[in-house]
Design a protein around this ligand. Structure first.
Ligand SMILES: [Zn+2]
Ligand SMILES: [Zn+2]
Length: 269
C-alpha cells in the first residue's frame, strides 16, 4: 500500500489522553492518530478526577469521546458522593461508556494491593451506573478471568468491551457469549502471546475491536517507547495477519463494532 492510498478509518477504543498529556505527549498523540487514519478516540477515565479531565479532552477535540471510570487499583470503592458525581458526569453527551472498571489480581509491591472484595464492590456499583444510563462498560481484567466474568454475568443487561484482552480463544468465546466484544491491544504483537493470537484468529467478524491503552503497551515495532493512539494501526495490521485478511478488512470490522458498542457516529465509507 502506498502512503497516499485511502485506508479505512480506525477507532482507538481505549487510550488515556490525560496520562499522555501529563507526559507532554498530547500533541504527538493527536498527530499520530491523524497520520494513521484514527478518526475516533475513546479516552478512558480511571477515577472521578481523571474522568472529569477526560471530559475536558472530549470537549476540546471533535474526534475524542470519554468514559467515566473507577479503576480496580483505586483503594476504595466509590462512596455515595463520588457515585453521585460519576452519575452526573455520565449524563454528558460525549460520555460513551463506564470504565475502566474490573478486577486486577496481579499483586506486586508498587503496583497495587486493593483487596478483591473492594474491587468487586466498586465493579458492582459501576455496573449499576452503566445499567441506569444504558451505557456499555470497558472492562479491565488482569489475572482475574473467572472473577470478572462472574460479576459481569450478574449484570446481564450490561455489555461492552473486554479491554486489553489477555485470555485465550475459549475465554474470548465466553466473553462474546456474555455480550462483550474482545479488544486486542499491542499484546497481540508480543512474543509469547499465542493464546491471544489464537483468540484473534477464531473470533467472528463482529466480535472484536482494537485499542492502544496508550501511553502503555506500545505494539511492535514501536515497543519500548510510550504508546500513542496512532499505533493502533500496527495492532490492526497484526490482527489482519492472524486472520489472513487485508488490514482494511480489520479496520472496517473493528471500526463498525466500536461504533456499535460505544454508539459513536459512523465515519466515511
Ligand atoms: Zn486496564
Ligand atoms: Zn487503560
Amino acid at each position: 500500500m502506498t502512503e497516499t492510498a485511502v485506508r479505512r478509518p480506525l477507532v482507538d477504543t481505549h487510550c488515556h489522553l490525560v496520562l499522555l498529556d501529563e507526559r507532554g505527549l498530547l500533541h504527538a498523540a493527536l498527530e499520530s492518530a491523524a497520520e494513521a487514519g484514527v478518526e475516533q478516540i475513546v479516552s478512558v477515565g480511571l477515577n472521578l478526577e481523571d474522568s472529569d479531565l477526560n471530559r475536558l479532552m472530549a470537549e476540546a477535540h471533535d474526534n475524542v469521546w470519554f468514559t467515566v471510570g473507577w479503576h480496580p487499583h483505586e483503594r476504595h470503592a466509590p462512596d455515595a458522593a463520588q457515585l453521585h458525581a460519576l452519575d452526573e458526569l455520565l449524563a454528558h453527551p460525549r460520555a460513551v461508556a463506564v470504565g475502566e472498571i474490573g478486577i486486577d489480581l496481579f499483586f506486586r509491591p508498587g503496583y497495587h494491593d486493593t483487596p478483591l472484595d473492594e474491587q468487586r464492590r466498586a465493579m458492582h456499583a459501576m455496573l449499576d451506573l452503566a445499567a441506569a444510563h444504558a451505557k456499555p462498560v470497558a472492562v479491565h481484567d488482569r489475572n482475574a478471568h473467572e472473577e470478572v466474568l462472574e460479576v459481569l454475568r450478574s449484570h446481564a443487561h450490561v455489555g461492552g468491551v473486554m479491554h486489553c484482552f489477555s485470555g485465550d480463544a475459549a475465554f474470548a468465546r465466553r466473553c462474546v457469549a456474555a455480550g462483550y466484544a474482545v479488544s486486542f491491544s499491542g499484546i497481540i504483537t508480543f512474543p509469547r502471546s499465542e493464546p491471544q493470537q489464537a483468540a484473534a484468529r477464531s473470533l467472528g467478524d463482529n466480535d472484536y475491536v482494537v485499542e492502544t491503552d496508550s501511553p502503555f503497551l506500545a505494539p511492535v515495532p514501536h515497543r519500548g517507547r510510550p504508546n500513542l493512539p496512532g499505533y493502533v494501526a500496527a495492532t490492526a495490521a497484526a490482527v489482519a495477519a492472524l486472520r489472513g485478511v487485508d488490514p482494511d478488512t480489520v479496520r472496517e470490522q473493528s471500526t463498525a463494532t466500536a461504533q456499535r458498542v460505544f454508539g459513536l457516529p459512523g465515519t466515511r465509507r
